[in-house]
Design a protein around this ligand. Sequence first.
Ligand code: ADP
Length: 297
Amino acid sequence: MSILSIQNISKSYGNIKALNGVSFEVPQGAIFGVLGPNGSGKTTLLSIIVDVLKADNGNFLWFDQPSSPATRRKIGTLLETPNFYHYLSAFNNLKITNSISGRGNVTEINVVLEKVKLLERKNSRFSTYSLGMKQRLAIAGALLGEPKVLVLDEPTNGLDPVGIAEIRELIKELSIAGHTIIMASHLLDEVEKVCTHVAILKKGTLLTTGAVDDVLVDNDIVEISASDNNALLNILQSYNGTEQVILENGLVQIQLAKGTARPEEINAFCFSKGITLNHLVIKKKRLEAKFFELTNN
Ligand code: ADP
């Protein structure tokens, strides 16, 4: 079942087209990454689906229904860093968050602090918190009202490595606890580590979407050469499992599905066709290269 269905959404700021007919589905229980370089439209899209901005065109459905106060109650959002009071404790800050947003109630505060592992520090002043703890408190605020879905814009931005690790771990735990999570990120590595599904945006256009394992497939690459590389290129067209064979920088490159490269087999295959190899190296195609390809073509 789809938690969120985005249908053909467009949005311009004056003559800047921030989103151009974007459509995708967020499955229930996903950790869904909206991935793209800065300026690709991620914040605009998240702002539209939480009703902060209005789309020029297109629709979106939450839980198969048009957005309404009832659907909004099921969605916790963290689009901007909240302004917490430095001299107040985590608990008192969340009391203020609760009274401003009207989401949840005071008795829930300990529950959300427990979820983000700040219960023991609930009486410490905000100013004594690490960056990761501050962001965890912000997520606790978004958890008030027991939302089914959390929408987070670049949740690890500006954090130190420890804070980044804490937040990524927390996101996975919240997912296990039953929340569907939709998060923007400009980091391929983050989406790969944290997310189950992804939609990749480039300049407001959806490039691709699906399960992370399908979209960000990492091919095996075997680089070989022989005295006659053109002949080599030819015979490899019929090698079982070849997805692509190209001649690059005087070497033949074979792309195969992840984990399927068998160099001995390739060597034996070529030999059986009368070609002796003078070079054979397995290379890993970096996912970054794939992302770069996707976002720069
Ligand atoms: P991302 O979150 O991926 O960095 P944004 O949604 O913030 O992307 O921005 C998408 C595009 O829209 C960018 O070109 C950005 O400069 C432009 N943009 C965003 N907000 C505004 C605004 N309030 N006024 C004008 N242009 C904007």
